[in-house]
Ligand binder design. Structure first.
Ligand code: UD1
Ligand code: MG
Length: 455
């Protein structure tokens, strides 16, 4: 089927009270419009037209290098008017699906059902039965049960307002017929708008069957008009993702306290404790355990890794058998090789840590390469910044750095070297030797502590 998808996204979104165009507000870490476009792309070969108006430049700018056809609707004169802006670009033999930039959770299968109706030359209309239909257009049927029109809430009589079957807005129709009906729309109604919904009465008048697909999932038709609805849909979306993760074999200690703002590829028997936030592309190997309150962004983690509570790991590559945290911060361009340990209050940035090396307590490691089987003592600081430039620290294999050491970069500690605790290392330390810098210790015999004066 030759399919053209029209996504309406020109409205202002006044109730968001935001400078950001509504369809760019994130759901699950990416714009609402992204979700709709992704669903549209599920129909291979369909061309996608997005009607924009308010914040049009910002919306376009969010999608550089795209095959999307942007259509500017300068004045928002109604949903029918919005569709009319696109139809000149759509050939008569195509089928049109109308979607909404602010209704992000619509399912592919539902749109497929609408298309099946349109393929028979009918109009496929997505409706829902709501206990509280207020605000929606109501589906009007004749005595035989055939759909004859849609009446908007503001134009409806008291009797019509009691109808519980509502218009979700989604429809599929043959483009040639739609063009004729849209051209015949007027704005003689309570809102003075060209309603797309009036197409239904025109079609029924022409003897075209309007067949309803009724969704049982209340969330897929929900739109975002304010931040409360945005939050509600976020929870719903996260629940769906949590369920998908669990079905794929991930244990979530509490699916209600799990946030995936991107994609998760997880191995076998992964366990994720409460309040994890996963952003971007996260890859976890087999038997990975993620503790409570952990943030992972664009990170790959190997097998048998334990991340303890309250760690933040961003743009890092973590090997297998690694233990991190609690309270560790791993910053971009860090690679932790297999069997490394990173303990509490350790920050690592743009550094390689070799196999089996340990940085267990209270350290800052930046712009550093560390060999294998190295022990970095508590409180070690790589002084990588001279106030103007960053410099590298190189630590060889099997090095032991005593606690409370400052390594003033650029500096190298060669294989097998030992650095005495409390040292400030400003020159390269030779392989296999003990190097230290330390003021001599003295003891003052007979020294007395001062005593408090009596007043
Ligand atoms: C519309 C339907 C209503 C349905 C409801 C479902 C019409 C006339 N009514 O009402 O039957 O129950 O959706 O949520 O269609 N838009 C444009 N350009 C415009 C006007 C709107 O792009 O000129 C976009 C908006 O950005 C929005 C969508 O179309 O994404 C729907 O518009 P809105 O004004 O919210 O329509 P409703 O009054 O909710
Ligand atoms: Mg609306």
């Amino acid at each position: 089927m030759n399919l053209s998808i029209i996504i309406l996204a020109a409205g202002q979104g006044t109730r968001m009270r935001s400078d950001l165009p509504k369809v760019l507000h994130p759901l699950g870490g990416r714009p609402l419009l992204d979700h709709v476009i992704e669903t549209a792309r599920g129909f291979a070969g369909a061309d996608i037209h997005v009607v924009i108006g308010h914040g049009a430049e910002q919306v376009c700018a969010a999608y550089p290098d795209t095959d999307i056809h942007w259509v500017i609707q300068n004045k928002q004169l109604g949903t029918g008017h919005a569709v009319a802006q696109v139809l000149p670009d759509v050939a008569d033999d195509r089928t049109v699906i109308v979607m909404y930039g602010d209704v992000p959770l619509i399912r592919h299968a539902t749109l497929d059902a609408l298309l099946a109706n349109a393929a028979r030359g009918e109009i496929g209309l997505l409706t829902a039965e709501l206990d509280q239909p207020a605000g929606y257009g109501r589906i009007v049927r004749d005595h035989a049960g055939h759909i004859t029109g849609i009446i908007e809430e503001k134009d409806a009589s008291d009797v019509q307002r009691r109808i519980r079957e509502i218009n979700t807005g989604f429809m599929a129709a043959p483009a040639g017929r739609l063009r004729g009906w849209v051209a015949a729309l007027d704005n003689d109604n309570a809102q003075g708008e060209f309603y797309l919904t009036d197409v239904i009465a025109l079609a029924a008048g022409d003897g075209v069957i309007v067949s309803a697909v009724t969704t049982q999932d209340p969330h897929e038709i929900l739109g975002v008009n304010d931040r409360l609805q945005l939050a509600e849909l976020e929870r719903c979306f996260q629940r769906q993702q949590a369920e998908a993760c669990m079905q794929a074999g991930v244990t979530l200690i509490d699916p209600a306290r799990f946030d995936l703002r991107g994609t998760l590829q997880a191995g076998q028997d992964v366990v994720i404790d409460v309040n994890a936030v996963l952003e971007g592309e996260v890859v976890l190997g087999d038997r990975v355990s993620i503790g409570p309150n952990v943030v992972l962004r664009d990170t790959r983690i190997g097998d048998d890794v334990t991340v303890l509570a309250n760690c933040v790991i961003e743009e890092a590559a973590v090997g297998s058998g690694v233990r991190i945290g609690p309270f560790a911060r791993i910053r971009p361009e860090t690679r932790l090789a297999d069997h490394t340990h990173v303990g509490n209050f350790v920050e690592i940035k743009k550094s390689d840590v070799g196999q089996g090396s340990k940085i267990n307590h209270l350290s800052y490691i930046g712009d550093t390469s560390i060999g294998r089987s190295v022990n970095i003592g508590a409180g070690t600081i790589t002084c990588n910044y001279d106030g103007a430039n960053k410099h590298r620290t190189v630590i060889g294999n099997e090095v032991f750095i005593g606690s409370d050491t400052q390594l003033v970069a650029p500096v190298e500690v060669k294989d097998g070297a030992t650095i005495g605790a409390g040292s400030t290392i400003t020159r390269d330390a030779p392989a296999g030797e003990l190097t230290l810098s330390r003021a001599p210790q003295e003891t003052r015999k007979g020294w007395q502590r001062p005593v408090k004066k009596k007043s």
